[in-house]
Design a protein around this ligand. Sequence first.
Ligand SMILES: Cc1cc2nc3c(=O)[nH]c(=O)nc-3n(C[C@H](O)[C@H](O)[C@H](O)COP(=O)(O)OP(=O)(O)OC[C@H]3O[C@@H](n4cnc5c(N)ncnc54)[C@H](O)[C@@H]3O)c2cc1C
Length: 392
Amino acid sequence: MSSSIKTYDYVIIGGGIHGVGVAQAAAAAGYSVLVLEQKALAHGTSSKSSKLIHGGLRYLETAQLRLVFECLRERRKLLKLAPNLVRLEPFVIPVYKNTRRRPWEIFAGLSLYAILGFLRPSALFKRIPKSEWGSLDGLKTEDLRLVFTYNDGSTDDAALTRAVMESAKSFGAELAMPAEFLKATPAEDHNVVEYSIAGTTHKCKARLLVNASGPWANTVLDKVESKPEKLAFDLIAGTHIVIDHPAPKAMYYVEAPQDGRAVFVMPWKGQTMIGTTETKYQGDPSLVKPLQEEIEYLQDVAANYFSKYSINTKVVESFAGLRVLPHAKGKAFSRPRETTFHFDKNIAPRVVTIYGGKLTAYRVTSEKFVAKFARLLPKRARKGYTSNASLS
Ligand SMILES: Cc1cc2nc3c(=O)[nH]c(=O)nc-3n(C[C@H](O)[C@H](O)[C@H](O)COP(=O)(O)OP(=O)(O)OC[C@H]3O[C@@H](n4cnc5c(N)ncnc54)[C@H](O)[C@@H]3O)c2cc1C
């Protein structure tokens, strides 16, 4: 192999939030970084999320306290670092006579959420008095018992991903795009990486190869010649629809009458977005798309709570993203949302895969990643810190 090919400390496969997040943290720490993205930044799940920068109130139901605490801390950080991209919005939880989560359960969840947010003003919640229910975007009030409101963050997930890549570039990271990862061949202290740009194969060396390809993670591992062990995971599709209706003034957190799942009805670029679903998916991640039954499920949810929506309100856009969740039986709703850094313990950890995770936690996840694998790389002079790198 030619010795003239360039060596990077980090070659990262995937320009989703985790790929660009690790690129930013690694480049800030002084490492040389190349990101390979096959299509466009945020082409995968990172443009198809619910666009929330949140602790995840519903993860309290499954006692994922550490995740919620960490995400709330990241929310505070991102509100400061990216004020044009991450905003606090009012969230509204209506409780009806037949809502499955009882008022005391919601009260307890919101109280714990406030405590995990250090009882700061932005973490507190309150009840909306009956006299104000008429101003709630046409929310149906028949059998309505209580309405809670609290604050949480929202963003434009794709714009956030692009902003993090810009910040990574400012620390010296390089981006090849569109560039498809083809193959990695292990050598003593690096992998030789082959990737294709417009049909031409390019090569470089990676001291550490990061597989941040989200739903494609195990397809990418198949292209690594040392055949590292893979983690079994399930792909769970989540669909959102955008309906032809002016944006509501708040984010409504409602319970799907069909199965009790939490669904959001929220503003999105001047219209109304509703999501999401959980449907097990098998097949090529590039081909995932909303199913008609998922679209109808979401239309039903909106029509159930708001008199102004009907199941015939025009759907102007729909999209589906894939969650990477640990393989298990039973409902996806209750499975952990933590991130796993996986490498084959029988071969040197020169190829590390990032499985799972949350958009909200990308920065802290990426910092942990870089700290964990620093021992494999030469010492470098730090260029900056993600904790004070503003994003725009
Ligand atoms: C429906 C849904 C709603 C969600 N809502 C939220 C939310 O509101 N808040 C929150 O915090 N989190 C949310 N999440 C989680 C969050 O969106 C994901 O954890 C995150 O976006 C995953 O990012 P990623 O970088 O790991 O993967 P991806 O964004 O999928 O990025 C992987 C990238 O790898 C690229 N790639 C694949 N193969 C190759 C190859 N061979 N060569 C080069 N590039 C390649 C792909 O093109 C893609 O761009 C949600 C997830 C889903 C599915």
